[in-house]
Ligand binder design. Structure first.
Ligand code: SF4
Length: 220
């Protein structure tokens, strides 16, 4: 023990000679919650594409920072831009109903979009906007580490899977992305305009539910 004290004293003397007055304690690991908070601050200050000029509130995402299942949509709409939350308009209500039909709550999953700021008049995202914003989505996925991703609509599926294939041919089966199973399905806003497609979307959702249960150890 004396030896340890001597070494410690010598080390502190060495630091004193170097002019070190304070030994900083190691900063605690912020965990996924803290890391997402830090990312939110970055998004609030982001000026990487012109959408920052027209947005009211950027929308990083919300939900369980350790979610097994993440939903990825296209971009915030008017209501989301107003509230700074994802999927809170009419399409959001439908997504919430879908999540409940899966036997889950919104708080159990994580919901986000490819773009974090609203394109004016809800126009389609531009390739340069997607390029500029994609690092945020990638970091979200690195932090949350989901096992399943459900992409909503064409843009989210094509962006994540790096393809130009249409949603009608991508949906209905799992794809692999960085070791995560990805199920593309229709965007809830599209389903509101085209209710006949709800049956197909439900087929996709049932496959996600089966996989979710399997991961949780509740399924075959
Ligand atoms: Fe930044 Fe993304 Fe908003 Fe563009 S859309 S300003 S890249 S956060």
């Amino acid at each position: 023990m004396d030896e340890l004290h001597r070494s410690l004293r010598a080390y502190l003397k060495h630091l004193e000679l170097l002019g070190v007055e304070d030994i900083p304690s190691p900063s605690p690991d912020p965990g996924p919650e803290g890391q997402l908070q830090e990312l939110k601050q970055e998004v609030l200050q982001c000026r990487a594409c012109p959408l920052h000029r027209t947005r009211r509130n950027p929308v990083l995402g919300e939900g369980n920072p350790r979610a097994i299942l993440v939903f990825v949509g296209e971009a915030p709409g008017a209501e989301e831009d107003q509230q700074g939350r994802p999927f809170v308009g009419k399409a959001g209500e439908l997504l919430t109903r879908i999540i409940k039909a899966m036997g889950l709550e919104r708080e159990e999953v994580y919901i986000t979009n490819v773009l974090k700021c609203r394109p004016p008049n809800n126009r389609n995202p531009r390739p340069e906007e997607i390029r500029a914003c994609l690092p945020f989505l990638l970091r979200q996925m690195e932090i949350i580490k989901p096992k399943l991703i459900c992409t909503l609509g064409t843009f989210a599926a094509q962006t994540l899977l790096g393809t130009q294939e249409r949603i009608t041919s991508l949906r209905g089966r799992f794809h692999q992305w960085r070791g995560i199973k990805v199920m593309p399905t229709f965007h809830p806003a599209f389903l509101l305009r085209n209710p006949a497609y709800k049956r197909l979307a439900w087929e996709d959702v049932k496959k996600i539910m089966a996989e979710y249960r399997r991961i949780k150890g509740q399924g075959p």
